[in-house]
Design a protein around this ligand. Structure first.
Ligand SMILES: [Zn+2]
Length: 537
């Protein structure tokens, strides 16, 4: 079997979950770490056929049959290796490469690649502790790295001179160039990484296939990675995955953060199950690799706009991978910080709180729809509905899809339709409103949909047409807009109390009832509200 191109079969094993492959023929149920079903290779009524998702194999305790996705497909469908591969490639959405046995030349090329990158990593690691690397060492220590961490992650320093091209001067040029560590220039070979703090990037077998170099003089970009090579594909590599694999299994979840230093700090602060993409947006390949390792995933992003966008993207990517036993959540680190900073200032406890507060996917998708569309208008509501429908359409599990649809139908009814309700359910009746107030509210709702969501009941009471263009020359920031609404709400409430007081007084005049207690109560309330109002403005 090893005669065939191992890269592609590895890629298939990485992309496809054995549970998905087996489930197409054998109904499986999760019990403990494994999935169980009735063996397709011998006759049985009680399941003794187990599938281990992490390790990617099946084993039957009844007949002893054992194998992986490829042998399972070959034997249950009675097809040859090539056909099985073609079918699995199709299932994984991968293009089938031409099948050629791996040539000796290719095997040699891979071996030389790995030996060069390993030797380079060793040289970089040594350089970090020489006078040349003093500033790099000082930097990495300042970022909270202990010597133990430096050693574990193989962190090093690439000096300003060409150490790699010099060291391998006697090696065939093509071989060093293939690793991406060295380039060919007008004056011969030169090192790609210079004056950089170096982080080795490992493949799933724990071999170093590339490097990520951080600039130390403040120059941009902050990080440069080895450009893609035969053995390194950035879009298919998750930083820290080789270290995290065991922890992901034990913690029964994976955490994805944005930066590699974040990932290392998380791993060293008790969140061993953390990984990060390599300075790129998440790709479908990343998600596929993660979902194969574990279906419970927490995405941890910046709380800012870019972070929200990245989270929405991740959400769209992961939906096709959802299963009835997946738990996907979104955590946000706010205040312009990153996990690294949270961990250094507040420790693991602060980070744990952020992770524990992560929003489940079902809520995140709902919030995204509500945030991105003006659900207070018929067209906005339609857009939001279409968005949600398109997203849940991607769920493969039919039952799960219909559960999502039901949940959202409930929410649409309960939350969106409240806009239609008349002010009678709103404790504040709104007497008269001048056009400036009206236009200001329309402006706020259009500019800050999140406010519209929060003050929906109150705003709904004004019965405004939010599609009108307003000609107000306003420049309210989010905070002032919210303050405006709160003060307006208070003001209306106070007006309302005054109105009620007048009604009671007039009533008392005609029917002679004693309303002094009631008036006193209303007066107290008015004073209280006025105090709150004064605090605001
Ligand atoms: Zn069996």
């Amino acid at each position: 079997m090893t005669k065939y191109d191992n890269n592609f079969t590895d890629q298939l094993r990485e992309r496809l979950s054995i549970v998905d492959v087996v489930s197409r023929r054998v109904p499986l149920k999760k019990k403990g770490q494994n999935y169980w079903g009735c063996c397709p290779f011998h006759n049985e009524k009680t399941p003794s056929f187990s599938v281990n998702e992490d390790k990617g194999f099946f084993h039957c305790f009844g007949c002893g049959k054992h194998g992986d996705i490829i042998s399972f497909t070959m034997e249950t469908e009675h097809v040859d290796f090539k056909t099985a591969i073609a079918e699995l490639a199709d299932m994984a959405g991968l293009k089938l490469p031409d099948y050629k046995p791996k040539s000796q030349q290719q095997i040699d090329a891979e071996e030389s690649y790995i030996s060069i990158t390993a030797a380079a990593a060793k040289m970089y690691a040594e350089k970090l502790f020489t006078p040349d690397g003093a500033h790099a060492l000082e930097y990495v220590r300042r970022r909270g790295f202990s010597d133990e961490m430096i050693k574990k992650y193989g962190i090093g320093y690439a000096p300003k001179n060409n150490i790699i091209s010099n060291k391998f001067a006697n090696t065939k040029q093509e071989k060093i160039i293939a690793t991406g560590l060295v380039r060919r220039g007008d004056y011969g070979l030169y090192d790609f990484f210079r004056d950089k703090l170096m982080f080795p990037i490992f493949n799933t077998h724990g071999q170093i296939v590339a490097f990520s170099g951080r600039s130390l003089d403040g120059s941009e970009p902050k990080y440069i990675n080895t450009t893609d090579t035969e053995m390194f594909h950035k879009r298919q590599t998750l930083f820290g995955f080789n270290f995290a694999r065991e922890s992901i299994h034990r913690a029964n979840r994976a955490i994805i953060v944005e930066g590699q230093i974040d990932a290392i700090q998380m791993q060293c602060h008790g969140f061993g199950e953390t990984v990060a993409p390599l300075g790129t947006a998440l790709t479908e390949d990343h998600i596929a690799i993660l979902c194969k390792a574990n279906r419970n995933i927490i995405f941890c992003f910046d709380g800012d706009n870019a972070g929200q966008k990245a989270a929405a993207r991740a959400c769209g990517l992961i939906i096709p991978f959802l299963r009835d036993n997946s738990d996907v959540r979104f955590a946000f680190v706010t205040g312009g910080k990153d996990p690294d900073e949270i961990l250094r200032r507040g420790g693991a406890g602060d980070m744990k709180k952020i992770i524990d507060d992560a929003v489940p996917l079902v809520d995140f998708l709902w919030n995204t729809a509500n945030k991105n569309f003006l659900v207070n208008t018929p067209s906005g509501k339609t857009q939001a509905e279409k968005f949600i429908n398109t997203e849940i359409e991607k769920i493969n599990d039919k039952l799960l899809r219909s559960q999502f649809a039901q949940e959202y139908n409930k929410r649409k009814f309960n939350e969106w339709h409240k806009w239609k309700k008349t002010p009678e359910i709103v404790p504040i009746s709104v007497p008269k409103t001048d056009s400036v107030i009206k236009n200001t509210i329309i402006y706020i709702v259009n500019k800050y949909p999140e406010i519209a969501e929060r003050y929906g009941d109150f705003i709904g009471g004004f019965n405004l047409d939010f599609n009108t263009d307003v000609n107000v020359d306003l420049n309210l920031d989010l905070k002032s807009a919210e303050k405006y609404l709160v003060s307006l709400k208070l003001q209306k409430y106070i007006e309302n109390l005054e109105l009620k007081k007048r009604e009671i007084t007039i009533g008392a005049l005609s029917n002679g009832n004693d309303v002094r207690d009631e008036i006193r109560r209303i007066d107290d309330e008015i004073i209280k509200m006025k105090e709150r109002f004064d605090l605001l403005v």
